[in-house]
Design a protein around this ligand. Structure first.
Ligand code: ZN
Ligand code: ZN
Ligand code: FE
Length: 759
C-alpha cells in the first residue's frame, strides 16, 4: 500500500472534474480525498502501486472535455489510512485563481436527451451539463457559482437541485443546469416587437421557411439568420444591414450539409464538430454561392446551442448566420437593444430571458497542419489562458486599434480577451474598457505595468497612457512588428533569439514611417530590423487603403510603367509630383492591394483586406515566379518590387490570365522571403523564424512559404493558438513588457528608446 499526493494544475474546476475523479477512483478501487486548490485540485490517494499507476495513466486520457490539464505532480507521502474516498469542500480562497471555462457547444449526451420525447428536457432550448453550455458569457463574477451568473434569476427546481448535488449525476455542480420547470423560456416577437403566441421555435422556423430575416439570441450575442440558398433573401439582408460584399457565415444542420457545399478534410471535420464550434473557412465545392461569399471560401459552422438545434429541427438545412451589429459596433447583446436597433432589419425576433453578461463573437479559423489557425479567437476559446513562463506578472497589454484585444498576465497565465472590434467606434471603445475591468475582476489582476503600441493615435495607446498617469504605473510602448514577432514566439513557447518575418498592412515603425513588410531579428527584449520592402508612396494617405488603385498608380509610376490607364491618373500624378500627402509605407498589405488593382481584380475595397483576399482567391497553381531583386543598403535588405511590378503590368497587358499572374506575384513573395531569410540567417546565425502579421491569413502563402523556408534548413513557426493579425498583438506586448521589466530588475541594460535599436 502506498499514499500519493497528486497535484493537478489547469482548468479543472467547474468542468465536471471531481465527479470524473470520483468515478476513476472507484474503477481502480482506491481511497483518499480530493480538494480544490488555488491553482487546480489536489488528490491524496491510497492503494497498491499498480492501481495508483494505472489511475495516473488514465487521468489525462479520460479527463472531461472541458478540462485542461497543464501539469500533474506526484509525490509519495506517509501512509494515512483512509477508509473511503471523500471530497473536501474548500473554504473560499482568499486569492482568486480559478480559471474560467469558455462557452462550449452542446454535447452528444444533451443532444440525445433533448431528442428523447420521454426525457424531461425534451426539446428544451437551454439544456446543458458539466460538459457543455454557457460559461464565460453568463459569468458576472467569481467564484463561479450560479448566484454569480445570469442563471441567478432562475432558482433550481427540486429535480434539478438533486441532480446538482449528486456526484454520480452528469450535472453535478453544473451551475447553469435547469429544465423547463425552472429555466429560462423562449419567446418569439414579430417585426413590430410584439410577442407572438405559440411555440416560439416553430414560429421562428416557419418565418425562416417563408424567407424572413430573424434576429436570434445566441450565446455571446445576437445573430441575423435567414435562408441561404436564395440570392434574393441574402440580397435583402445585405441591403438592410448595409453590408455590400463582405462574406456571410453559414450554419449547417450537420456535417453532411457542410460537405454538400464545401470540401471538408478529416481535420476540418474534427474542428467543425468539436466542442468549441468555431466558424471554419472552407473551400467552396463549386462556383456559385457568390451571394454568400465572393471569394473561394465559405465560413461554416455547426449548431452549438440547443436553440440552434431546434431551428434546424424540420427547418432549412442551412442558414446564413451573421452577427447582429451595425457598422463596426459591438455585437448586440440585450433584448431591448435588439428590438430597437434591428427594427426594420429583422422580420422577427427569437429571444429568451437569460441575460448575456459578456459579448463574445463567433471564432473564425481555417485549418492548418491539422489544427485551428485563427482569424478571430473568441467564443469557445476565450478566456482560456495561454501558458507563459512565470516572470513579471500583473501586466495589462492594451493591443492594437482596429482588431482590438487586450491581454492580462498573471502567474504563468496570459488571458487574451475575446475579439473586441475597432476602437474608433465609441461603443466599441466602451466595450473594450468594460471588458478590461471585467477580466481584471474575474482573474483578480491589478496591473502593475502597462504595455501598448508605439502609435500615439491608437485609442488603445491613449487608454494605456491615461491609465498609467492616473494610477502612477509604468507604461512600455512596444513597436508593432516586434509585438507581432513576440506574439508568435510566445504562441510557440519560444525563448531566445529568433528571426521574425512580419507582414501586415500597417504599423508604426521606429523611424516614424509605416512598416509592414519586415524581417526582424531579436528576442522579447529587443529587436533589429534586417529586411523590408522598398517604400511605397501612398497617394492620399489612408484613402489608399480603401482605394487600391491609388497604390497601383504608385507602383506603376515608380516602376517606370505607363500610368495612363489608372483611374484618376491625372490627379494622382499631381499629388505624386508635388509629393503632397504621399506618406511612405513598407506594408505588405499595400503591395498586395496594388498588385490586385494592377491585375484588375479589385480597385476599391468595401471591407478590410478585400483586395488581398480576392487576389489570393483568384490564384492558379504552378505559375512560376519573377526572380526577386533584393538590395542592401546600410545593413538593411530591401525587396525592390519594381522589376516584378513591371513584369506583372506587361504580362497583364499582353493578355496573360490574371489568376496566373496573381499566383506568380505571390510566388515571387515566397522567393523573396526565402532569399532574405537565408541571408539574414547567415549574417545573424539565427536559424529559427516566426511568421506573424495579418498578411499570413493568406492560405496560398501559408501552404507554400513555411515549406520553402524549411527547405533552407530553417526552423519555421507559425501561429497556433492566437491570431496572426492584430488581434494577437497584445500577447506579444505582454511578453515584451514582462521581459523588459525583468531585465530592468536584474540590472540588465535595456533601452526603452527604440530609436537606437530599430533601424
Ligand atoms: Zn451536455
Ligand atoms: Zn429544473
Ligand atoms: Fe499588424
Amino acid at each position: 500500500m502506498q499514499t500519493w499526493e497528486i497535484r493537478i494544475r489547469g482548468i479543472v474546476q467547474g468542468v465536471g472534474f471531481r465527479p470524473f475523479i470520483h468515478r476513476l477512483v472507484r474503477t481502480h478501487a482506491l481511497k483518499g480525498s480530493i480538494r480544490n486548490t488555488s491553482s487546480g485540485v489536489t488528490l491524496t490517494l491510497e492503494g497498491d502501486e499498480d492501481r495508483l499507476s494505472s489511475f495516473l495513466r488514465e487521468l489525462p486520457e479520460k479527463a472531461p472535455p472541458l478540462a485542461v490539464i497543464e501539469e500533474i505532480r506526484t509525490d509519495r507521502i506517509p501512509f494515512q489510512g483512509f477508509s473511503d474516498f471523500r471530497i473536501i469542500e474548500s473554504e473560499r480562497q482568499a486569492e482568486r485563481n480559478t480559471l474560467i471555462s469558455p462557452d462550449i457547444g452542446i454535447c452528444p449526451d444533451c443532444l440525445r436527451e433533448m431528442r428523447d420525447p420521454a426525457d424531461r428536457r425534451y426539446r428544451f432550448p437551454f439544456i446543458n451539463c458539466t460538459n457543455c453550455g454557457p460559461r464565460f458569457t453568463i459569468i458576472e463574477d467569481v467564484p463561479y457559482d450560479r448566484a454569480k451568473t445570469s442563471m441567478k434569476a432562475f432558482p433550481m427546481c427540486p429535480d434539478c437541485d438533486s441532480e446538482y448535488h449528486d456526484i454520480r449525476n452528469r450535472r453535478y455542480h453544473a451551475q447553469p443546469d435547469c429544465c423547463p420547470v425552472c429555466g429560462p423560456s423562449l419567446q418569439f416577437y414579430d417585426a413590430a416587437g410584439q410577442p407572438a403566441a405559440g411555440d416560439a421555435a416553430k414560429l421562428a422556423r416557419d418565418a425562416l421557411k417563408e424567407g424572413k430575416i430573424l434576429a436570434v439570441k445566441g450565446l455571446g450575442g445576437f445573430h441575423l439568420a435567414c435562408r441561404c440558398e436564395d440570392p434574393a433573401i441574402a440580397g435583402r439582408l445585405r441591403r438592410r444591414k448595409q453590408r455590400d460584399e463582405k462574406p456571410f457565415a453559414v450554419m449547417c444542420r450537420d456535417l453532411s450539409g457542410v460537405k454538400s457545399i464545401c470540401e471538408v478534410s478529416a481535420a476540418e471535420a474534427r474542428v467543425l464538430s468539436g466542442a468549441r464550434k468555431p466558424i471554419v473557412l472552407l473551400k467552396k465545392k463549386h462556383q456559385g454561392l457568390e451571394h454568400l461569399s465572393e471569394n473561394g471560401w465559405l465560413g461554416v459552422m455547426l449548431p452549438y446551442t440547443p436553440l440552434h438545434v431546434l431551428l434546424f429541427e424540420d427547418g432549412p438545412d442551412m442558414l446564413i448566420m451573421t452577427s447582429a451589429n451595425l457598422s463596426d459596433t459591438p455585437i448586440i447583446r440585450d433584448n431591448a437593444e435588439a428590438l430597437e436597433t434591428l427594427r426594420g432589419i429583422a422580420d422577427g425576433f427569437l429571444m429568451h430571458d437569460r441575460r448575456i453578461q459578456t459579448r463574445c463573437d463567433d471564432s473564425l479559423c481555417w485549418v492548418l497542419d491539422g489544427q485551428e489557425y485563427f482569424a478571430r479567437r473568441s467564443r469557445g476559446y476565450v478566456p482560456q489562458p495561454l501558458t507563459v513562463p512565470e516572470q513579471e506578472t500583473q501586466i495589462l497589454a492594451c493591443g492594437a486599434e482596429q482588431k482590438a484585444s487586450f491581454c492580462l498576465g498573471k502567474g504563468g497565465h496570459a488571458f487574451l480577451s475575446q475579439h473586441i472590434g475597432d476602437l474608433k467606434n465609441l461603443e466599441t471603445l466602451e466595450h473594450y474598457e468594460q471588458q478590461i475591468r471585467h477580466f481584471e475582476r474575474l482573474f483578480d489582476i491589478r496591473p502593475r505595468a502597462l504595455a501598448c503600441d508605439l502609435h500615439p493615435d491608437y485609442l488603445s495607446t491613449r487608454y494605456a497612457q491615461d491609465r498609467a498617469e492616473e494610477e502612477g504605473i509604468p507604461l512600455l510602448q512596444v513597436q508593432h512588428h516586434h509585438a507581432h514577432m513576440a506574439a508568435c514566439m510566445a504562441d510557440n513557447g519560444l525563448e531566445g533569439p529568433c528571426l521574425g518575418l512580419i507582414w501586415d498592412g500597417t504599423g508604426l515603425g521606429t523611424d516614424g514611417t509605416s512598416w509592414g513588410g519586415e524581417l526582424l531579428a531579436g528576442d522579447y527584449r529587443d529587436f533589429r530590423r534586417l529586411g523590408s520592402l522598398r517604400p511605397i508612396p501612398l497617394p492620399g494617405g489612408d484613402r489608399a487603403v480603401k482605394e487600391p488603385y491609388r497604390v497601383a498608380f504608385s507602383l506603376l509610376r515608380e516602376a517606370g510603367c505607363p500610368v495612363g490607364g489608372v483611374r484618376d491618373a491625372e490627379q494622382l500624378s499631381r499629388l505624386a509630383e508635388a509629393g503632397l500627402n504621399c506618406p511612405l509605407s513598407t506594408g505588405m498589405g499595400r503591395l498586395f492591394d496594388g498588385a490586385a488593382a494592377i491585375l484588375g481584380i479589385k480597385e476599391r475595397c468595401s471591407y478590410e483586406g478585400q483586395a488581398a483576399i480576392l487576389l489570393e482567391a483568384s490564384a492558379r497553381e504552378d505559375a512560376g515566379f519573377y526572380p526577386p531583386v533584393i538590395e542592401e543598403a546600410d545593413g538593411l535588405l530591401r525587396f525592390d518590387w519594381r522589376e516584378a511590378v513591371r513584369a506583372l503590368a506587361e504580362e497583364k497587358k499582353a493578355g496573360t490570365d490574371a489568376g496566373v499572374l496573381a499566383a506568380r506575384f505571390m510566388n515571387t513573395l515566397v522567393e523573396m522571403a526565402a532569399h532574405m531569410a537565408a541571408m539574414a540567417a547567415e549574417t545573424s546565425g539565427i536559424h529559427r523564424i516566426v511568421l506573424s502579421g495579418g498578411s499570413f491569413q493568406n492560405q496560398y502563402l501559408m501552404h507554400r512559404l513555411p515549406a520553402r523556408l524549411r527547405g533552407l534548413g530553417l526552423e519555421v513557426y507559425h501561429h497556433r493558438r492566437v491570431s496572426c493579425n492584430d488581434e494577437g498583438l497584445a500577447l506579444g506586448q505582454l511578453r515584451i513588457a514582462s521581459a523588459r521589466l525583468q531585465a530592468e530588475r536584474h540590472g540588465g541594460r535595456i533601452s526603452l528608446d527604440f530609436g537606437e535599436s530599430g533601424r
